[in-house]
Write a protein that binds this ligand. Structure first.
Ligand code: 5RP
Length: 227
């Protein structure tokens, strides 16, 4: 799993603060990444204490960790709603995020957008005034070249994400590829999000604009909460 500039203590503080919103009987969206992993473990502690929580995982990795923590799991198809989703981010500017560092943003966006409350957990290295992190775009393998050309036309610089320890591309849980698209500072992330969503062959992109309800940023001595 990708690591970031934040410390484990910062991530844990953010995650544990967000998990305070989880109540008995809730269906909880389980995001992906090293920060959300602390939240999944804290939810596992609630379950061990007898709290009735069902989790909807957003990736193979979050499913595996939730299983280890004995959290009862359900498919998105099988629930009427999600009360709370807890998920990390690669960059946070207000309520606009870039996600997808773990290549899980397609399922994450479905779960996070469907939740009544989407709680973002992050460390201070993720915060910015303006989004500038490269935007992951999950693409059908056959559309890699056409989407890359379209991203260039939109002013971006696309790079195929390669697996760290294997001589090949990252393949998502959905069997697709990821283009990391550098647009520099994004003055209008919502407009860029709409343009990327319109590209044939682009399955999902990592701009989450206007979806976050609360952002928890763990610091060295506490948690900054922005609603
Ligand atoms: C996965 C994501 C992650 O939430 C994001 O990459 C943050 O991960 P981490 O908490 O490990 O920094 O979007 O697709």
């Amino acid at each position: 799993m990708k690591t970031t500039g934040g410390t484990d203590d910062q991530k844990r503080r953010a995650a544990e603060a967000a998990v305070e919103a989880v109540e008995d009987g809730m269906v909880v969206g389980l995001g992906t990444g090293s920060t959300t992993a602390f939240a999944i473990r804290a939810i596992g502690d609630l379950v061990a204490d007898g709290v009735d929580v069902r989790g909807v995982p957003t990736s193979f990795a979050s499913r595996e960790l939730a299983r280890e923590c004995d959290i009862p799991l359900v498919d998105l198809d099988d629930v009427d709603g999600i009360d709370v989703a807890i998920d990390g981010a690669d960059q946070v500017a207000g309520d606009a995020l870039v996600k997808g560092g773990g290549a899980a943003h397609a399922r994450e966006k479905v779960v996070d957008a469907f939740a009544d409350q989407f709680l973002v957990v992050a460390d201070p290295s993720k915060t910015a005034d303006v989004l500038s992190h490269p935007v992951p775009v999950e693409v059908l393998p056959s559309a890699r070249t056409t989407v890359a050309a379209a991203v260039s036309d939109l002013g971006g610089d696309p790079t195929l994400r390669r697996a760290e320890r294997k001589d090949g591309p990252v393949v998502t849980d959905n069997g697709n590829l990821v283009l990391d698209c550098d647009f520099g500072e994004m003055a209008d992330p919502e407009a860029l999000a709409a343009s990327l969503s319109a590209l044939p062959g682009a399955v999902e992109h990592g701009i989450f604009a206007g979806l976050a309800d609360v952002v928890y940023v763990g610091t060295d001595d506490g948690v900054d909460v922005t609603e």
